[in-house]
Write a protein that binds this ligand. Sequence first.
Ligand code: ATP
Ligand code: MG
Length: 621
Amino acid sequence: MTAQDTTLQEEEYQGRLSLPVWKKLFAYARPYRGHLAGLCATAAVLAVLEAVMPMLSRGVIDAADQARHDLLRLYVLGYAVVVPLFCTCIFAFIRMAARISTGISHDIRKDGFDHLQTLSFSFYDRRAAGWLVARLTGDCDRMSRTLAWGTLDVVWGTGMIIALTAVMLSWNVTLALVVLSTLPVIAWVSMVFQPRILRASRAIRKQNSTITAAYSECISGVRTTKTLVREDENLREFAGKTAGMFDASMHNAVLSAAYFPILMTIGSTGAGLVLWAGGVRVIGGALSIGTLVQFMNSAIMLIFPILEMSRVFADLPNTQAAAERVFGLIDTDPAVKDTPQALAAIAAHRTGGETAGDLAGDGMDRQIRRIEFRDVSFAYLEGKTVLDRFNLTVEPGQTVALVGPTGGGKSTIVNLLCRFYEPTDGQILIDGIEYRDRSLHWLQSNLGIVLQQPHLFSGTVRENIRYGKLDADDAQIERAARLVHAHDFIANLADGYDTDVGEGGNNLSTGQKQLVSFARAVLADPQIFVMDEATSSVDTETEKAIQNGLQAVLQGRISFIIAHRLSTIRQADVICVIDDGRILEQGDHRQLIARRGRYYELYTSQFTEEQTARLLSAGDD
Ligand SMILES: Nc1ncnc2c1ncn2[C@@H]1O[C@H](COP(=O)(O)OP(=O)(O)OP(=O)(O)O)[C@@H](O)[C@H]1O
Ligand SMILES: [Mg+2]
């Protein structure tokens, strides 16, 4: 996680109370309203039981004082009934609160995760992965915790204050007022301390995240550190971070250490006042010893509900901030989605009940034959044009190669074709129809894409290939692997196709990952094949072998191949040299070589480089 992510995760909330956000948050509690009602009832019963306890203690003391065995038995029996009830209530509320918070957390996370999958690439361009993870973990937890445990604390706290007040008033109004006079002071101290303690613990978490990030960066970059001999420098930076952690922790410790003793002092002052005023009454015979003792206990007991409730209230702004961030995410509209026309066509097709294999989900032709980029302009960021009125027509079954310098716009062209982004201006037509009028799912389910940095998921090689077609059998998987020359290396792995590829496929080399993702794309049998530097990390021999197998795969499909190694795209039907978002040259290999332009330059320079390299390596042998 980067420092920026951490800041975003721990940002302080300064806003006002927002009713719509709380309404939305409570909507998530609706499915659990039965549990929530049970939780409130249990909390109320618990509060009453806690107030009944001092009544029993008082009875026991007074009965002992007056040597009344009959009363003593009665009160002890009362204890025997109340204590198991008390324990049952505690069991019930912990269970219910856990059920509610787990359920709500799950529901919010599910909505968030579902929505993340619909969001477009442009959204992910602007959001760091760590930030998104923090939303779906920390923020969701905070929201569900407040709804479940916060409700419990508030109901229990209020119930307990009311019940204790009623009990004390029934004993002696003056003494009750003496005890209650400490309430506002306890509440005021809590309101001063709780937000500060929360702020201090947030500062610790922030420092902690920075240290964790430093650790993880240090571990993942250990090779670079060693090669650059940066160990001492790193240690100095790290020492600075831990010093910050020490300061934050000490500040928090001082606040926490002061808070509780101050509360106890206030409670004890109340108890002392009661002792004095009550002692006078006991001597005068107007008050029993049991009542006096329980008044003192009650003065201390009143601290706890206020302590808990003030913590909940102090945390409410942070919960609201967490909810705003999560709902902001859930409510983000995907930049690329089906247009109203496309949705109407999909709905009409669905109600028509047609299941003809030749039709797409929107009721139009399933086949993709001809693709046309017509005056397409595009900018990732407003004002920074990457493609400027780009034109290209691809005929049925053609293989188009995009070549040219780094940053020229090759990947951008295929990003637009795949509708990961949409043109800012101009049109992309599929068989004469603007592709935004067609179903997004139809287009994207007909694409087979292999990228330079392929992503594999944790699991076996077989599972990763099957990702391209979930109902494929083992024979089909092997056939796809053979076609892209992945079979040999897979067969040599410890468990063959059942070898675990590790997190993100990290147990495999980059070239091997490319081959697996190639097999995955081939298995999906797409209508359009897109290869963006797909074989850049495999050796030239394997690349050549793949090329031979690929001819069969590409037969009859439109394909886009981006490659820096020009020897791999010689067979393409159309080669476009792209620079600065425009086509500089276009034609097949023979035509472009004959033209002696940019392609010729690129090709001959690479050709001689390759030749030299081959000669040198032959010399080594
Ligand atoms: N997600 C993005 N957000 C903003 N700008 C981007 C983004 N992706 C690419 N660009 C910019 O768009 C331009 C074209 O990038 P593109 O990835 O299409 O180049 P490319 O031809 O594929 O280069 P390479 O050969 O290095 O892969 C570059 O200037 C790049 O900085
Ligand atoms: Mg690229």
